[in-house]
Design a protein around this ligand. Sequence first.
Ligand code: RBV
Length: 425
Amino acid sequence: MADNFSIGDRYKVRRLEQAAEGRSKIDWAESRMPVMMSLRKEHAAKQSLKGMKIAGCLHVTKETAVLIETLKAAGAEISWSGCNPLSTQDDVAAALAANGISIYAWHGMNTEEFYWCIDKTLEMKPTLTLDDGADLIFSVHNRHPELAKSIIGGTEETTTGVHRLRAMAADGALKYPVIAVNDAETKWDFDNVFGTGQSSLDGILRATSVLVADKSFVVAGYGHCGAGCAMRAAGLGASVIATEIKPTAALKAVLHGHRVMKMDDAAKVGDIFITATGMKDVIVKRHFESMKDGAIVCNTGHYDCEINLVDLEGLAKSKRTIRPNCEEYTLRDGRRIYVLAQGRLVNLAAAEGHPSEVMDMSFANQFLSMVRLANEGRSLGAAVHDIPEEQDQRIAGIKLATLDAGLDVLTAEQIAYLNDYASGT
Ligand code: RBV
């Protein structure tokens, strides 16, 4: 590995000297994350995570730093790595290392380094694991199975990770309980829609600076993330086209005012493409072959397999970096196709990830799930568990209070009316 790193006993980051810059970013995030700050105060006093050793593998951003420092304030020992080679904010990693957190993360790492970092975090022999994309859990199961018996439980942040863990549990292969943070209403209905929507457009704009209003904007996958991207692109004036495999999702896109077509057709008319499917090979050779000159292609799904870049390389006669996070591929017939952030999560690689305000709720779910596992994890089975409804309502309630929004309360008479199956018209 190259030697321009800051390496300590329990960390490896790009440049420790960037710690002050990272600390300002973390301060900024804290000022936008009231739910996390109230949990920090409460659980620092209770020391709810005392004795817990938490290995985490999640994008090293200013918001994640707030989560890490809240876990630490509650008494946990932490060891952390990033969950994507391009999402680590090096100054934030430096600030965490300077604050005594064990962290192995830097922007632009390769796959071998990615797993090296995960392995370093596992040296602490964790009692809890915290994942985004499940690479840490998979590493325990596949490469360090001996660690599983001392792990009380884990959490998973994202749609793709939860999907795979449910498949693993169905096969009987999961060795400890995992809480599906993604499936909490205060996660998917906010983070996935509003977080992905805004930050993906932010990434596209930082990487390209193009006008959106005159573009045909193709969203592959109209799940929560795709719908969020479509909403924000439409808000900037784009004409949105959605591609789908699921009839109900496609229908929703139509009723939201978008056109729906096969990718084979969308490829010919799109100006900007974003994949949000969690599936591989969504944009492949035959699509690149029919794209317009100047088409911009990016991905916001967790893994970088949605756009087949090997196919694109095969069609290209040359390639150059034209701006940060923007590669120009010139095809043999002269058409140019622009790929953002190497087909990795454009919102985290070309921008800063989801805004703090929305991560406040996602990470409150992460934090409270860690506390739940510490308390009752040993009595939960080795399955994927949902977040309790009360937790969702509690998090939304705290958030709402910080937004100065009033909330009505049902009277006793109204509650009786609600349950009165004898009363009709
Ligand atoms: N995500 N984290 C951030 N700012 O820290 N931004 C996005 C951040 C998470 C988000 O919750 C999503 O489920 C996951 O990244 C995809 O890897």
